[in-house]
Ligand binder design. Structure first.
Ligand code: ADP
Length: 505
């Protein structure tokens, strides 16, 4: 392992990563792999090297239309929404089993396509996706409404019905995990769907479509159409025959998705968008553990996570000690080939993202923040960036306001709890927040005062299938995970009937 001049470690790209066989590169529509109608393709790139991994069929507006027709047919006339929930659950369980049998292949696809850590994907992210399926498989036969006692001689009951054809627009940072975060509850609900994976990372979604077919998901229920956002993605959000669009991505694109939905058929929309999450560390914290949390909070998945704790507020009594420890830890953090088990941070997903991050770093320097460590690209091949820490950051600086989506953190000092709350809320986002303290009163007060969808006390990135997750403010609306996510794909129908021959009728 070579060492860089500033102390960061790096390891060279591994030319022979384990078992990366690209089997599926066509669109998956109505149970078959097919070319795009236009015959167009696009290249998916290995961010470790910038080289082409494979050429993938490029879905266009017409392909989305064919996929929607298949999903519509499967919803209006097919068995999936009509079969007993237990049967859908059985098929989802089978799919979970197939994922478990193919964790290495899926992990390799996400590592080579997205620069994600192979070992992490294999041992955590892909097995968690299988468990996500199991969670919703168990819920599929527990979907029921209520009986309502009306006034006078009527009574009513509610039915929870699948919402219909869903369009899922998926981001590139957690390709397999995000695929199942959206697909698992909507399948359990009895919906049919068209999934558009991100153009940076289409490979694992196509493999998952193949596994879904093997598991017994009927043709037309799950269609996967890779393609570019402004074309294939926009065709989903503006389609007249899609009943709901579930989007995860940037706030700007989320706004476009919502506008397209409003201008077309007023389809329902759920948006999981950007974040600029605060991590607030109080004087009573164990400084070493807090620094560890702050480091993981921003460097996990190379900072390409919507909940990254990219604004770190530290109380003045421990600020200097904390800063020193954080820098030490960042310098020991290993950047390199994501297939190397010793590596902690792989390359950014693509050239555009890499350049965007580097330009934010330059901006931070120009704005007057002090660069404590990092700030540069690593190596001369691929899209690697050093873990980067800024101090002397002011709340109104761009690096404290914009989502950078990279390994860059902004340290800020505070005196009182009230000041920390005010600063933490000084953002247009509201996805997540972390609090580090041993004081239960501080923890309770701060967790109730931060406007964000999930609060982690003395931990970070603690997700669970049963824990709802989603934004406040401009981080979006509509929850992922838990029963809330299942209900996003259901709609309530009220049925009213007289209980005897009433004079009112
Ligand atoms: P980023 O800018 O970080 O790549 P995006 O929000 O643009 O994030 O991408 C997330 C997903 O949204 C991807 O699948 C992308 O193809 C899709 N997308 C991008 N632009 C649009 C659009 N105009 N309409 C619908 N989907 C889009």
């Amino acid at each position: 392992m070579a060492s860089l001049s500033n102390g960061h470690s790096t390891s060279p790209p591994n030319p022979n990563p384990p078992s990366v066989h690209i089997k599926f590169t066509q669109l998956f529509i109505n149970g078959s792999f097919v070319d795009s109608l236009s015959g167009k393709t696009f290249e998916t790139i290995d961010p470790r090297t910038g080289e082409v991994i494979a050429t993938v069929a490029q879905g266009g507006r017409d392909d989305i239309d064919v996929a929607v027709k298949a999903a519509r047919q499967a919803f209006d006339f097919g068995p999936w929404p009509r079969m007993p929930g237990s049967e859908r659950g059985r098929i989802l369980m089978k799919l979970a089993e197939l994922i478990d049998q193919n964790t290495e292949e899926l992990a390799a696809l996400d590592a080579i396509d997205g620069g994600k850590l192979y070992q992490w994907c294999k041992t955590v992210e892909i097995p968690s996706a299988a468990n996500m399926l199991r969670y919703y498989a168990g819920a599929a036969d527990k979907i029921h409404g209520e009986v309502l006692k009306m006034s006078r001689q009527f009574h009513a009951y509610t039915l929870l019905e699948p919402i219909g054809v869903v369009g899922h627009i998926i981001p590139w940072n957690l390709p397999t995990a995000m695929f199942f975060t959206k697909v698992a509850p909507s399948l359990a609900a009895g919906c049919t769907m068209v999934v558009k994976p991100a153009e940076q990372t289409p490979l694992s979604a196509l493999f998952c479509a193949h596994l879904a077919k093997l598991a017994g998901v009927p043709d037309g229920v799950l269609n996967v159409v890779p393609g570019f956002g402004p074309i294939a993605g926009a065709a989903i959000s503006s389609h007249m025959d899609i009943d709901k669009v579930s989007f995860t991505g940037s706030t700007q694109t989320g706004r476009e998705v919502m506008q397209a939905a409003a201008k077309s058929n007023l389809k329902q929309v759920s948006l999981e968008l950007g974040g600029k999450s605060p991590l607030i560390i109080f004087d009573d914290a164990d400084v070493d553990k807090a620094a560890e949390l702050a480091l993981i909070g921003v460097l996990f998945n190379k900072g390409e996570v919507c909940v990254a704790g990219s604004r770190v507020f530290v109380q003045e009594g421990i600020y200097d000690e904390f800063e020193k420890k954080l820098v030490e830890k960042a310098k020991a953090w290993v950047v390199g080939d994501p297939f190397d088990p010793n590596v902690q941070q792989g390359p950014q997903v693509d050239k555009r993202q890499y350049e965007k991050i580097l330009s934010y770093i330059e901006h931070g320097k120009r704005e007057g923040a002090t660069l404590l460590t990092g700030g540069k690209a690593v190596g001369n091949k691929g899209y690697y960036i050093e873990p980067t820490i800024f101090t002397d950051v002011k709340e109104d600086m761009l690096i404290a306001q914009d989502e950078i989506f990279g390994p860059v953190t902004a340290l800020m000092k505070f005196k009182t709890m009230e000041e920390a709350i005010k600063s933490a809320n000084n953002t247009r986002y509201g996805l997540a927040a972390g609090i580090v303290t041993k004081n239960i009163d501080i923890a309770n007060t701060v967790s109730r005062s931060i406007r964000a969808g999930i609060i982690w006390i003395n931990c970070y990135f603690a997700f669970g299938n049963d824990v709802p997750f989603g934004g406040y403010k401009m981080s979006g609306f509509g929850k992922e995970h838990g029963m809330e996510a299942l209900h996003k794909y259901l709609q309530v129908k009220s049925v009213v009937t007289p209980i005897y021959n009433s004079p009112w009728l």
